[in-house]
Design a protein around this ligand. Structure first.
Ligand SMILES: NC(=O)c1ccc[n+]([C@@H]2O[C@H](COP(=O)([O-])OP(=O)(O)OC[C@H]3O[C@@H](n4cnc5c(N)ncnc54)[C@H](O)[C@@H]3O)[C@@H](O)[C@H]2O)c1
Length: 366
């Protein structure tokens, strides 16, 4: 770009400013305006390179409320209208889990790039079918695993990639809160996709060998609202995930313990969501019979400074970038498929009273 400006001495100076790439305008439609969909809408409406063309919800009152808020956006209760609109490049789906396969497969077959809220589908067979469909139709299919875009989760991933924790012994996480009880799915289908997607991301896609879950339907008969999930991995790593809609206070805390360092990732702490502890224990082989020596090391505790960009904005920017470049997003469809397999295994174990469910790790990796 060529700019002309006065050089302060009455002469015109010609300056060549660096070109800012003009991003191609992306036209999108959004389905589902319940609890989560409005967050996607708010962020998309702020993107200068996105036109939200149509919003869709089966609930007429909700639709009307959002159309008043976004008067330039068209509104319809029928997904078919979005599918038939040739101007719409991509569809985002934030409806209940039971609808994900039907709506996402219709969007893909209509030639739309498709973003589906987590989890990708209500069964591993349907998740696999969506992945195949997206590949065959050459469309981007992305799942809303928002936490993969959290600067804190990314900071932990960097630590692991650099091997700073040493040999990773175990991971233990708690995701508990009072509410929101879901009417149609267990706490495992609702919350485990968050922790499972984070684990897969941190472990470079490594699937667990076995998953066992105990839980109970404390409040609503038939809908488990608390679950304790244990996972074992081929590397020897073990993980424990505690999930609940019934808890005295909100916890979003994960501890990672390695041979060199330990980390606490606390998503509720806005000041220091990641703390790295230079702590450990050294075991020395006994030189003489009866000698048993452990030395504990408690070094510095460091809280890295993190980016404060909203994860949902990074996530949606990644979706749009994938559509433009054809590259897979960070929350790629293969990771999303694996998450569904893990949730399904955790649910199966819950149904059989906590017996371990063995995952086909080799098949999963192929
Ligand atoms: N990424 C995250 O952090 C995050 C957080 C919360 C929820 N979610 C996910 O978002 C999705 C929606 O959850 P929610 O809590 O907003 O649900 P919700 O029940 O509050 O809202 C769902 C909306 O979809 C509409 N709907 C249902 N079927 C439809 C159809 N066939 N066509 C058009 N509209 C339809 C409903 O009328 C409702 O307004 C779920 O997959 C959930 O797991 C993701």
């Amino acid at each position: 770009m060529v700019l002309r400006r006065d050089n302060g001495h009455g002469h015109t100076q010609v300056v060549v400013a660096p070109e800012r790439p003009q991003l191609e305008l992306m036209t999108v439609g959004l389905v589902g305006l319940g609890y989560w969909g409005p967050n996607l809408l708010r962020v998309l409406a702020d993107f200068p390179d996105v036109e939200v063309r149509t919003i869709c919800d089966a609930d007429g009152d909700r639709l009307e409320r959002f159309q008043r808020r976004y008067p330039t956006v068209a509104a319809t209760p029928f997904l078919g209208e979005l599918l038939a609109d040739p101007e719409i490049d991509a569809i985002l789906i934030a409806t209940p889990i039971s609808t994900h396969f039907d709506l996402a497969s219709r969007a893909l077959r209509a030639g739309k790039h498709t973003f589906v809220e987590k989890p990708l589908a209500p069964s591993s067979a349907e998740a696999a079918e969506l992945v195949t469909m997206a590949r065959d139709l050459d469309r981007i299919l992305m799942c809303g695993h928002t936490f993969l875009y959290s600067p804190a989760v990314r900071a932990v991933k960097d630590l692991l990639s650099r091997g700073e924790l040493g040999d990773l012994y175990f991971i233990s996480s708690s995701r508990v809160n009072l509410g929101l009880h879901q009417r149609d799915v267990s706490v495992v289908w609702d919350l485990a996709p968050h922790d499972f997607s984070i684990l897969l991301h941190w472990l470079d896609g490594q699937m667990p060998e076995s998953i066992s879950t105990i839980g109970r339907d404390a409040v609503v008969h038939g809908i488990p609202d608390v679950a304790f999930i244990d996972l074992t991995f081929p590397s020897g790593l073990i993980a424990h995930v505690e999930l609940s809609w019934l808890a005295p206070s909100k916890l979003r805390r994960t501890a990672l313990v390695g041979s060199e360092k330990m980390v606490v990732y606390d998503d509720v702490s806005s000041a220091e969501p990641v703390k790295i502890f230079d702590h450990g224990v050294v075991y020395q082989d006994p030189e003489t019979f009866g000698q048993y020596h452990l030395s504990y090391r408690t070094g510095d505790v460091v809280a890295p400074k993190l980016d404060t960009t909203e994860p949902i904005a990074l996530q949606l920017a990644d979706f749009l970038n994938s559509i433009r470049t054809g590259e897979q997003p960070v929350a790629d469809m293969e990771l999303a498929r694996r998450v569904v397999s893990m949730v399904e295994a955790a649910e199966q174990s819950l149904e059989i009273g906590g017996a371990p469910v063995i995952l086909e790790t080799l098949a999963e990796r192929s």
